[in-house]
Design a protein around this ligand. Sequence first.
Ligand code: GLU
Length: 449
Amino acid sequence: MNAYLQSVIENVKKKHGNEPEFVQTVEEVLSSVGPVIDRHPEYEKLDLLNRMVEPERMFTFRVVWMDDEGKYHTNIGYRFQFNGAIGPYKGGLRFQKNVYPGIIKFLGFEQVFKNALTGLPIGGAKGGSDFDPAGKSDAEIMRFCQSFMTALYRYIGPDVDVPAGDMGVGSREIGYLYGQYRRLKGTFENGVLTGKGMSYGGSLIRPEATGYGAVYYLQNVLEHEGESIKGKTIAASGFGNVAWGVCKKAAQLGAKVVTLSGPDGYIYDKDGVVTDEKINYLLEMRSSGHDKVKDYADKFGVEFFPGKKPWTVKADVVMPSAMQNDVHMEEAKQIVANNIKYYIEVANMPTTNDALNFLRQQKGMIVAPSKAVNAGGVATSALEMAQNSERLVWTKDDVDEHLHHIMNTIYKMSVDAAEKYDLGYDLVAGANIAGFERIAEAMKEQGIF
Ligand code: GLU
């Protein structure tokens, strides 16, 4: 490996030993870009890599809120504005009890490359809080969001930094956050947040976009292999907004998702999550706050496997759509043993690096990386920003068509980037390189920063 590259990775390992998720994503991304560094010696002179692994700005803030009994609680809020070279910082907020700087940093770093890969003018950021939404009342969520935004509003804006949702932050939270932003600023700047409700500037298809985009990407991969999506079975994990969109688009195109998972285990539905009733029920399960996928098994009389993940199930396609490090080495071996040809990551960093490398080495297996596959979500957020600044609303078909086109372009850019550096058909390296090239050029042209 290129010596400069190696030294940057070593530095990150030394400096961030207590943030393993961040080290993991830096190693994953940078291990792809060696050929680019070799071809562009000026990047080392400009020390681009050390600059890229250091967020432009990151801050934490105190978020104090009162529960329904009048008790005070104190959480930490985070916003890491990682890289703004190609556009305003953009990326979600995650509210989850295990949030700590290493999680926000890994997500922020991934976001920079993902956003660049969309071809749209959006920089990368991430934020959130160690607040645990489980079991909180609506009023508690509202007070928390108001307090969070009171601390954050000075540092964001439609041309500065545009947060959105992620785990634990959906349209309800975005609504409360925006209400507080508007109250504090006294202006209707709704381009400051994306994932909004339709009544105040949200975009049609944004809720579905991540899942829809993932299936459009899958279609590109299948087409490359001369196969059709019709009749394919998909083993997915998770049952949140992303898995929901995957189920919906897969069903529309004649494929079926046969597994879903939660913290309590997984369900197997041999008929697939294909009817409107089943697909809509996922939304109910999510908003109930139970966080249990067993509810699906109880309602539809399908099998439930407590405490297990769905990676032993035989299907045509695997789509991990839950969270980071969902597939480890053992599970990757199981997936290979089951002769699954398509491994399509959907959640951010769902695979450990050793498992990912193992899967990539399998002959005949196609591995697609999450930063390309799930980029339809943030891309549609950029379409929401465009609509807000144009002060108009696009039709559902308009947004869906744009999304479809963007996903095809992301796929093609990845394929081309890998070919350009003689790496063959390598969707993982291609995605990293395509994103990297765009950011590197913008940083180079903008001088010291
Ligand atoms: N949290 C989503 C992601 O990981 C969406 C971010 C956004 O829409 O800004 O890309």
